[in-house]
Design a binder for this molecule. Structure first.
Ligand code: FAD
Length: 316
């Protein structure tokens, strides 16, 4: 079922979770162990992130270096299918521009349809580790809106080989990313919102936001979206704080700010167990306020801490 169908049929705020594919070398059981404690909350869908390959330099025995390509977390599409099969829950694979030619993208979309997956979250992806700025794959897409157009084309039965006749029309429900605190590359919020609107105008069915820790920022973003004519559902993305280190890592990695009240509380903590308690309380308060405001779904980035998220959702 599509994310938008879940939302249309819901009588109350839904919950959804986001997970990472297991690290290469770990079995899928590690992921099931992560998901098991979350399934009692009946998530409407589970997102699985996509991780592009990286170039790394390996030192040879003679001291020289060799450039090798590694992919730490492969398998997004098949993991989605495995999760659907094990838990009978809808999944949303993330699909990125980085590392994909348009032919690779078409093949990936065809595979997703064969696997019975109705949803995709289309993203540009970040720069590869060896790049200073995002570089599209030769013959690949530069922006999420270009990738979205390809998905929309396939939904209309338009494949890359235009001589194909009587083609199957896919029917993907398409999500895109939004940034309550602006995407780090955008010159200002208004420009970022114009590009977000372009994604919606090109066929995005809903928006999931980057994590934020200050609900006021989400509400202002939602208001600004509505003012420029974005009418699709906007789903808040939420993440718990559980270590002191995150006070510096999260702003640097995701270009977001943490509210002073939260950072002060975390700084007072003596151990990371104490930080976890602060994080749970903060996320619960955020979630309750968003639910009261009528958001369609609370989407939790569970990455690494399913039990912390479970503690929050249990108390909603
Ligand atoms: P875009 O919408 O393409 O925007 C990128 C930048 O370009 C923005 O600054 C925008 O304002 C600007 N822009 C957009 N269109 C145009 C245009 N036509 N002309 C000029 N400028 C334009 N990354 C992964 O690698 N894997 C994942 O699984 C993943 N999951 C994510 C899930 C969520 C909910 C979010 C919020 C992010 C996720 N990311 C993931 C990170 C994401 O790939 C990065 O934030 C990336 O830098 C931007 O992706 P986007 O889809 O928002 O890009």
């Amino acid at each position: 079922m599509k994310v938008t169908e879940h939302i249309a049929q819901a009588k109350d705020t839904l919950v959804s979770f986001e997970v990472l594919p297991p690290l290469k070398g770990k079995g899928i059981e590690a992921l099931y162990k992560h998901l098991d404690p979350l399934m009692e909350f009946k998530p409407s869908f589970i997102n699985v992130t996509y991780h592009r390959s990286e170039h790394v330099f390996k030192k040879n025995a003679d001291g020289s270096f060799q450039k090798v390509v590694i992919r730490k977390r492969p398998g997004t599409e098949s993991i989605c299918a495995a999760i659907m099969n094990k838990y009978t829950v809808d999944t949303v694979p993330h699909l990125i521009c980085g590392g994909f030619s348009i032919n690779d993208t078409e093949d990936a979309l065809i595979n997703l349809r064969y696997l019975g997956i109705d949803n995709v979250l289309v993203l540009r992806g970040d720069a590869a580790k060896n790049e200073t700025a995002f570089e599209p794959e030769p013959g690949g897409h530069k922006y999420a809106s270009d990738l979205l157009q390809q998905v929309a084309n396939l939904n209309a039965g338009i494949y890359l080989e235009d001589e194909l006749k009587g083609t199957h029309k896919t029917d993907f429900c398409i999500g895109v990313a939004g940034y309550p605190e602006k995407h780090f590359e955008a010159p200002n919020m208004d420009t970022d919102l114009q590009y977000l609107k372009a994604k919606v105008d090109a066929g995005a069915d809903y928006i999931i936001t980057q994590m934020f820790f200050d609900n006021a920022k989400f509400f202002a973003f939602e208001k600004a979206c509505r003012e420029i004519g974005i009418t699709v559902p906007i789903i808040p993305g939420l993440k718990p704080i559980y270590t002191k280190k995150q006070l510096n890592v999260l702003p640097k990695t995701f270009s977001i700010e943490l509210p002073t009240d939260l950072s002060n509380e975390v700084l007072k903590c003596k151990t990371d167990e104490d930080v976890e308690k602060v994080g749970i309380e903060w996320l619960l308060a955020q979630s309750k306020e968003l639910k009261k405001a009528g958001v369609p779904v609370l989407h939790y980035y569970t990455l690494g801490r399913p039990l912390v998220v479970a503690d929050v959702v249990k108390n909603l």
